[in-house]
Write a protein that binds this ligand. Structure first.
Ligand code: URA
Length: 440
């Protein structure tokens, strides 16, 4: 590709690339005429100089069009999805997909694996015996049409240019570029053929964005690019300064998501995020006349058991046990060593280093240090206490599920360091920090 050098030069010098130039670059990524050195230089030029809204839209569309774009011609409801920037104990997708489908939407959810200290929906689902998270695109579309919802992993058919670009970014310190993050996330979501999208942009010690201002900026940019690319999108900005629920770890999160769906136990912060995102999506998709009405519909789907039933159908249709939700613990073997960890002093939890909590799960074997690592689905944390709760010699910080005694000991030490205890109870931050309406 003779003009690729010129194009990199133009971006390096802070000039704006045209739609045709961006499309040619992505075509070269797909047909291998652009090599890894070109991609690295391009990514670094974007990292330093950023991109205009128009460039971000054009890059997103070119990457979306590098593979198949799903079409849904004969459905009687809107095609909706949600994306989260990732956190710890974030099992929202497992609940929201079936919940929104049980309200009349179609949800073709393509989800990712854990990244760094954050968990991934795909790893959680893969802990379910028999569950097929890679059924192929045709079967996936059939499942969505028949069941209303299916959740699978990324496939080489959808937005393949992102896979190649991401691999280069990963080894060239260019992941953390807002235009590259936006085009990477949106190209994959838009390839699902969505009518509307809702984003959960997280900030805090367990998120990739450490503060609300950065999260707000990303939310504004990503909703704007999505709307400009033709898919209406709103975003909620949510707090990830503590794990979102009681569990962190793959099978443990599936078990908690099931007990949430069946009504056995619902963590208040998780409930708030699930209902708020679902309400936005139902409203955006035209299934509810207002966000409040969407909230009522989502709550009724939960409380009537419809969402739980929809989850059960989805799991069975993708090869998992038909009776998973009736006795989930039967299907997940216990980790070898399961014991509570107590704080060194009594008091109120004042702060949680949530990134450290996520890293404990990774170190126990519940996440990956490098791409090819195997995951142990049994390990992780349950009963994680929240900020503001009191702990003492009877009430532990959390229960550690480890594969070995030495793993448990290391996790217990790290867990004690991740929790800060004070004698006075701190005012809690609300979990929903703000909302950004996508603007065209
Ligand atoms: N997730 C993605 O899919 N892409 C990014 O660039 C960052 C997070």
């Amino acid at each position: 590709m003779h003009q690729v050098k010129e194009l990199i030069l133009k971006k390096r010098d802070g000039k704006e690339l045209s739609a045709a130039e961006i499309a040619a670059f992505i075509e070269g990524v797909s047909n291998q005429t652009v090599n890894d050195a070109h991609i690295a230089a391009f990514a670094m030029a974007v990292w330093f100089n950023g991109m205009s809204l128009e460039e971000e839209r054009n890059l997103t569309l070119a990457m979306r069009d590098s593979g198949e774009v799903l079409a849904w011609p004969e459905l009687d409801g809107p095609v909706l999805d949600k994306h989260s920037t990732g956190g710890v104990g974030d099992m929202v997708s497992l609940i929201l997909g079936p919940l929104v489908a049980s309200c009349g939407a179609y949800v073709p959810m393509i989800s990712g694996r854990g990244l760094g200290h954050t968990g991934g929906t795909l790893d959680k689902l893969d802990s379910i015996p028999g569950f097929d998270s890679a059924p192929g695109i045709e079967k996936f579309q059939q499942l969505v049409c028949d069941q209303g919802v299916a959740i699978i992993g990324q496939t080489s058919e959808l937005a393949p240019a992102d896979r190649r670009i991401y691999a280069v970014r990963d080894v060239t310190s260019t992941v953390s570029s807002t235009p590259l993050i936006i085009s990477s996330i949106l190209s994959k979501k838009l390839a699902e053929g969505l009518d509307c999208l809702v984003m959960d942009i997280k900030f805090g010690s367990g998120a990739w964005m450490s503060n609300p201002a950065d999260a707000k900026k990303l939310a504004e940019d990503i909703t704007r690019v999505s709307c400009k690319a033709g898919v209406p999108c709103d975003a909620l900005i949510t707090d990830m300064d503590q794990p979102l629920a009681w569990s962190a770890g793959n099978a443990l999160e599936v078990i908690e998501a099931i007990s949430f769906l069946t009504g056995e136990a619902r963590h208040e912060r998780l409930r708030s995020v699930v209902l708020s995102l679902s309400a936005e999506l139902l409203y955006l998709g035209g299934l509810a006349a207002s966000v409040d009405e969407g909230h009522r519909q989502a709550l009724s789907a939960l409380d009537s058991g419809r969402a739980a039933e929809q989850f059960a159908k989805m799991i069975a249709a993708q090869g998992g046990p038909a009776d998973l939700i009736h006795n989930p613990r039967r299907f997940f073997p216990d980790a070898k060593v399961i014991r509570p960890v107590f704080a060194q002093q009594s008091g109120f939890i004042d702060r949680i280093d949530t990134r450290a909590v996520g890293s404990i799960v990774v170190s126990l074997g519940g996440g990956r240090h490098s791409a090819g690592d195997d995951i142990d689905p049994r390990v992780g944390l349950s009963g994680i206490r929240s900020v503001g709760e009191s702990v003492n010699s009877d009430v532990p910080l959390a229960i550690v599920h480890a594969a070995t005694e030495s793993g448990w000991n290391r996790a217990a030490d790290a867990l004690k360091s991740a929790f800060e205890i004070q004698q006075e109870r701190r005012e809690l931050n609300p979990v929903i920090f703000g909302k950004i309406k996508g603007k065209i």
